[in-house]
Design a protein around this ligand. Structure first.
Ligand code: IPM
Ligand code: MG
Length: 367
């Protein structure tokens, strides 16, 4: 059988730096676990704009559709702030999500024991935290029509549209229930059914899918504003949270910060199964391109490395190897190896991006 294929899109800012460490991890699995990937690399975001005048070249889009999984670093940076909306780096990422139809975005927020002190919340509120946010990623206000800025009389009006079809809600709900079955068997669905019709429909459809197909999973509903409050009050009450595109964007950043560092969190964006049974998939760290530390060797590569672990788990059915990689990361953190973003009040000397990579490879060797 042919090797599984990976398209790597390092992107902008710290993207290339953290991705370089992922390449080393991929090579480690090839050399030590007989898990060889056909890896190709291409441009996305500002890097693609600089070369092609577009944040995602059509050839790159076509390649992304063909491979077994895409691994993305980060997009964006101040250099591109004044670009026309249509060619902003973020549009490259949004096009990938939309055209690959990656409707289910998995954003785990897990608190590593060694880092429980780093959260802005009290240690006992976050220690052992393990929640999964499932964010709808291809519809809602991000893509709804009409949209735009137009003139009414002598002032401008900005319009975006929140729009969801039943089938869009149903498929992401199923994906959340399936995940819950393999975890704590609980789903909390979040919307604003008190003010939005699309929220009423969301709540109805999630309930219908539950009753018809997943009655054994515990389901609750919450208004998204209360959800945000509960996430910082008592986050351990949650197992899987399912929500729309915009609420998911906000709530997942909130959940991410509970864990102490945005530099730690991976994500998976999954679509429908392809001919080979694997889902269309894109994996990326939750953090952005971090222009303030770009090129200084300070970036934490863990979120990107853990994104590759998610690829092993969700695209390649390599759960044991995903466990191995996640275990290596945990070991390194328990040993006190820290990039600058993970330095606590007690201080110490941070390691560089490459040294964090070294430590993780050494932990893999030792495992
Ligand atoms: C995210 C980001 C993106 C989003 C941006 C970069 C377009 O914030 O992945 O959460 O809003 O979806
Ligand atoms: Mg976001």
């Amino acid at each position: 059988m042919a090797n599984p294929s990976l398209l790597i899109l390092p992107g902008d800012g710290i993207g290339p730096e953290v991705m370089a460490q992922v390449r080393r991890v991929i090579d480690w699995f090839g050399a030590n676990k007989d898990l060889v990937f056909d890896v190709s690399e291409d441009l996305v975001g500002g890097a693609a704009y600089d070369k092609h005048g577009t944040p995602l070249h059509d050839d790159t889009m076509a390649k992304a559709q063909e491979v077994d999984a895409v691994l993305l670093g980060a997009v964006g940076g101040p250099k591109y702030d004044d670009l026309d909306f249509a060619v902003k780096p973020e549009r490259g990422l949004l096009r990938l999500r939309k055209e690959m139809d990656l409707f289910s975005n998995l954003r785990p927020a897990q608190c590593f024991d060694a880092l429980a002190d780093f959260s802005s919340l009290k240690k006992d509120v976050v220690a052992g935290l393990d929640i999964m946010i499932v964010r709808e990623l291809t519809s809602g206000v991000y893509f709804g029509e009409p949209r735009g800025i137009h003139k009414e009389g002598n002032e401008r009006v900005g319009v975006n549209t929140q729009r969801y079809t039943e089938s869009e809600i149903a498929r992401v709900a199923r994906s959340a229930f399936e995940l819950a079955k393999r975890r704590g068997n609980k789903v909390c669905s979040m919307e604003k059914a008190n003010v939005m019709e699309s929220g009423i429909l969301w709540r109805d459809v999630v309930q219908e899918i539950h009753d018809a197909e997943y009655p054994e999973v515990e389901l609750s509903h919450m208004y998204a504003d209360n959800g945000a409050m509960q996430l910082v009050r008592a986050p351990k009450q949650f197992d899987v949270i399912v929500t729309d595109n915009l609420f998911g964007d906000v709530l997942s950043d909130c959940a991410a910060m509970l864990t102490g560092s945005l530099g730690m969190l991976p994500s998976a964006s999954l679509g429908l199964p392809m001919g080979n049974g694997r889902p269309k998939a894109l994996y990326e760290p939750v953090h952005g391109s971090a222009p303030d530390i770009t090129g200084q060797g300070k970036a934490n590569p863990i979120a990107c490395i853990l994104s590759f672990a998610m690829a092993l788990r969700y695209s390649f059915d390599e759960g044991a190897n995903a466990d191995l990689l996640e275990g290596a990361v945990q070991k390194v953190l328990a040993d006190g190896v820290r990039t600058a973003d993970l330095m606590g009040p007690e201080g110490g000397t941070p390691v560089s991006t490459g040294e964090m990579g070294d430590a993780i490879l050494a932990a893999l060797d030792a495992a």
